[in-house]
Design a protein around this ligand. Structure first.
Ligand code: PXP
Length: 239
């Protein structure tokens, strides 16, 4: 059964919108864990638009399950990862002008820099996942640079506007997941997943973990964090 890692970035987005002390992503993480989340994800962005350094430090002390730090492969972030010692680092591409992480890491372009970051972090005992598009060439490169696992970008599937585009995007995810699994890589999936799109993953048991943020935090505004996490947890359990 796949596990659920809850991304609490958007609790921090709401806090930063007013420059207030609330809502606290740390509180959201605690409730998410109590409701069954098997991991807590935060993306410490270079521009600190949502999650702050203070959040990551406190989360490291508070999170009981698994703290997954999403970050760009920059010297600053590598230093923070060394200090914090998250359970897993997920390397993501980062552009200042984007609303959210738009595409997967392009390992054709960044292979050497990413390989060096993977080696540095993994040699220090932090397993590394690389966020990539469902593309066999990218998976081969992630395998070659010895990443412990990959996270398949599900955004194109979730955002597809027509049935045929959705089917096409999903077929790419299925092929990518099966290919990575064959290579004995850990396979996670995430981005844009919601309470409807998650149901399409029924039977795709090679996925170890789903990383979900925006839809859960949005639902939590209406039904509460505990209910929002429990509902998603139960949908994943039934896949
Ligand atoms: N996985 C990665 C690598 C991400 O960058 C994000 C967004 O921060 C997510 C998963 C979660 O995406 P969403 O918030 O759309 O569920």
């Amino acid at each position: 059964m796949a596990s659920l890692a809850v991304n609490v970035d958007h609790v921090a987005t709401l806090r930063q919108a007013r420059g207030a002390a609330y809502p606290d992503p740390v509180a959201a993480a605690v409730i998410a864990e109590l409701a069954g989340a098997e991991g807590i994800v935060v993306h410490l962005r270079e521009d600190r638009r949502h999650i702050q350094d203070r959040d990551v430090k406190i989360l490291r002390k508070v999170v009981q399950s698994k703290l997954i730090l999403e970050m760009a492969a920059t010297p600053e972030m590598i230093g923070i990862a060394f200090d914090i010692q998250p359970d897993i680092v997920t390397l993501v591409p980062e552009k200042r002008e984007e609303l959210t992480t738009e595409g997967g890491m392009d390992l054709m372009v960044h292979q050497n820099a990413i390989a060096e970051t993977v080696e540095t972090l993994q040699n220090s005992g932090i397993p590394v996942s690389i966020f990539i598009d469902p593309d066999p060439d990218q998976i081969k490169l992630a395998y070659q640079i010895n990443a412990s696992m990959i996270e398949i970008h599900t955004g194109a599937f979730c955002d597809a506007k027509t049935g045929s585009k959705k089917n096409q995007a999903f077929a790419m995810i299925v092929d990518a997941v099966k290919f990575a699994h064959k290579l004995k890589m850990g396979v996670n999936a995430g981005h844009g997943l919601c309470y409807n799109t998650i149901k399409d993953f029924t039977g795709l048991s090679e996925i170890n973990e789903f990383s979900i943020g925006h839809s859960i935090i949005s639902r939590a505004v209406l039904v509460g964090m505990e209910n929002a996490v429990k509902e998603m947890r139960s949908l994943i359990r039934d896949l």
